[in-house]
Write a protein that binds this ligand. Structure first.
Ligand SMILES: Nc1ncnc2c1ncn2[C@@H]1O[C@H](COP(=O)(O)OP(=O)(O)OP(=O)(O)O)[C@@H](O)[C@H]1O
Length: 276
């Protein structure tokens, strides 16, 4: 995790504070971690431990008026912290993609999936509308969505949560980002769709060498997917380790407690072979 030369994403001494009437309050403090190419870094921790604030800082999506981000966040050597919004907009979606918990929130309800997909592609490339649509169809086929041309004509509400999450993954993947930040990508889904989404992320990681920052409160998901894990509590990293070390020899009492309460993901019992 600390081999900085190999890391695609490197976070150093990250500290986020929010302005309150009584002064500044720290939301996360002293965070140091990195992700190598093609690896999955899991972030676990109970609700309120600072997982989302961490990912929002990387994406530079925190409200700059009320929050202060200190420290360094580099993507392939480029400093992101403090970048102007217009420069960050070029990076978000192209070099760093974001998959959120509730896919419905990622889409505007009044536009078709196709319109939103095509506009996203066009905003980051020189492709025309027809070429962007072809790319959208190609990548939707890649994530095994049935009848992509028809799906593109649908509005978000016409798709199930699982389907919509796969469309979001297709959108996130289509420009081959270096990093995907997936914040609780399976939490709102049923078990079948949870497994589909995890398999899909793993396929993208292995075939494109995409690095994934996977945020989850679910250690079953982390055990399945992550190479390395950081455990957060009250805005700090209290333990970081290789996934096997963490599960076999957890050092911190809090980690032991999390491990003891983890749900079991019944991977072996699912007919995965025909899913993707
Ligand atoms: N805009 C904000 N203003 C003030 N405090 C905030 C803001 N956003 C988050 N916080 C606080 O920062 C802390 C970390 O929140 P964060 O959402 O990162 O936790 P989390 O680990 O992602 O939790 P969950 O698993 O519930 O999503 C919490 O105490 C939260 O109340």
């Amino acid at each position: 995790m600390e081999k900085k030369d190999h890391n695609i994403l490197q976070v150093k001494d990250l500290c986020v504070q929010v302005k309150t009437k009584a002064g500044f309050t720290s939301l996360v403090q002293g965070l140091n971690f990195g992700i190598e190419k093609g690896k999955v870094l899991g972030i676990v921790g109970e609700s309120g431990s600072g997982k989302t604030v961490t990912s929002m800082s990387i994406l530079q999506l925190l409200d700059q008026k009320s929050m202060e981000i200190q420290g360094s966040i580099t993507l392939k050597g480029q400093e992101l912290n403090g970048l102007k919004n217009k420069d960050m907009q070029k990076i978000r979606g192209k070099d760093i993609a974001f998959i959120m918990q509730n896919p419905m929130n990622a889409f505007t309800p009044v536009f078709t999936i196709g319109h939103q997909f095509v506009e996203t592609i066009k905003s980051h490339t020189s492709l025309n509308k027809k070429q962007a649509k072809e790319l959208a169809i190609e990548v939707m086929q890649y994530v095994n969505l049935p009848d992509p041309a028809k799906l593109l004509k649908n509005y978000p509400f016409q798709l199930s949560g699982g389907m919509l999450q796969r469309v979001m993954i297709a959108m996130a993947t289509c420009l081959h980002p270096s990093v995907i930040i997936a914040d609780e990508p399976t939490t709102a889904l049923d078990l079948h769709n949870q497994l589909l989404v995890l398999r899909l992320l793993d396929k993208i990681r292995s075939e494109y060498g995409t690095s994934i920052l996977l945020i989850s409160h679910d250690l079953g998901v982390i055990a399945e997917m992550a190479d390395d894990v950081i455990v957060m509590k009250r805005g700090r990293i209290i333990e970081k380790a290789n996934v096997f070390e963490l599960f076999d020899h957890p050092q911190h009492e809090y980690t032991k407690k999390l491990l003891n309460t983890r749900p079991i993901l019944q991977v072996e019992q699912q007919p995965l072979i025909n899913m993707l």
